[in-house]
Design a protein around this ligand. Structure first.
Ligand code: SF4
Length: 249
């Protein structure tokens, strides 16, 4: 049962209650049903994902991990996903993919990303994840305030579509992530050594130059900075000044 005893998530209270708690203890509470009976961690198995997955493995290897495979990912990401799941002993990694029928209809030759990235993210990320999260009370993400200007006000707990969304690493800085990875000898995503501090789909990820925002290599040249699977403060976030509403499920 949730700490407030109500069905509606009381995130302001949770944010105050858990402000000083470690990310790992928040993950433990989430895995033990403190915030809702069913919790799942959503991971891209990207550049910084190993930290949260490692922490989860120390508190619960059974908690579902939803891996959104857009079918446009780098081969290195698919290999890294297998490597981390095996190394951490994660027993419940669920690969979330777009519906074949929808892909055949909306993106038959796989070029939707070249002329409508919002529609492509909606097809390949937003709707598949919305479907996968049905039945869960709690989702957990690895988002952090330092990653981009759209995330600088990120809270530890958010309410999204009647579900609690937890960002245990919200306050973590890049050096905190690197220190944790070094301290626990966690494997790095192979593309980080090649200039990719943030890794998404192959067609929409470019290298980042020193001094640039770590996410500036995502959708470079567009005003889009988020794929649309996240809401902040109850607002759909794509980074665009005037985002089109995206169908959620
Ligand atoms: S990041 Fe690019 S390729 Fe991936 S789903 Fe979004 S638009 Fe499509």
């Amino acid at each position: 049962m949730r700490p407030d005893g109500n069905l509606a998530p009381d995130c302001s209270r949770l944010n105050a209650l858990y402000a000083e708690r470690s990310a790992e203890s928040i993950l433990a509470d989430a895995s033990n049903g403190v915030f809702g009976a069913k919790a799942a961690l959503v991971s891209s198995f990207g550049a910084e994902s190993a930290v949260l997955l490692h922490m989860l493995s120390r508190v619960s290897v059974e908690t579902p991990v939803l891996f959104v495979d857009t079918e446009m990912l780098f081969a290195e990401t698919l290999e890294y996903q297998l490597e981390l799941a095996e190394r951490f002993g994660l027993r419940n990694v669920i690969r979330v993919r777009p519906e074949a029928q929808e892909t055949a209809w909306e993106d038959p030759i796989g070029d939707l990303n070249t002329y409508d990235t919002d529609a492509c993210c909606n097809l390949r990320k937003v709707r598949p994840l919305a479907r996968a999260l049905r039945g869960y009370d709690v989702s957990i993400t690895g988002r952090k305030r330092h990653q981009s200007s759209t995330r600088e006000d990120l809270s530890l707990f958010e309410s999204e579509n009647g579900r609690i969304k937890i960002n245990p690493l919200a306050a973590w800085r890049r050096e905190d992530v690197l220190n944790w990875m070094d301290a626990h000898a966690l494997p790095r995503h192979p593309l980080t050594k090649r200039g990719f501090p943030s890794i998404g789909c192959t067609p929409c990820t470019t290298k980042v130059r020193p001094g640039e925002d770590p996410r500036s290599g995502r959708w470079r040249g567009q005003d889009k900075t988020e794929c649309g699977i996240h809401f902040i403060g109850g607002r759909l976030v794509t980074g665009r000044a005037d985002p089109k509403p995206l169908q959620q499920g």
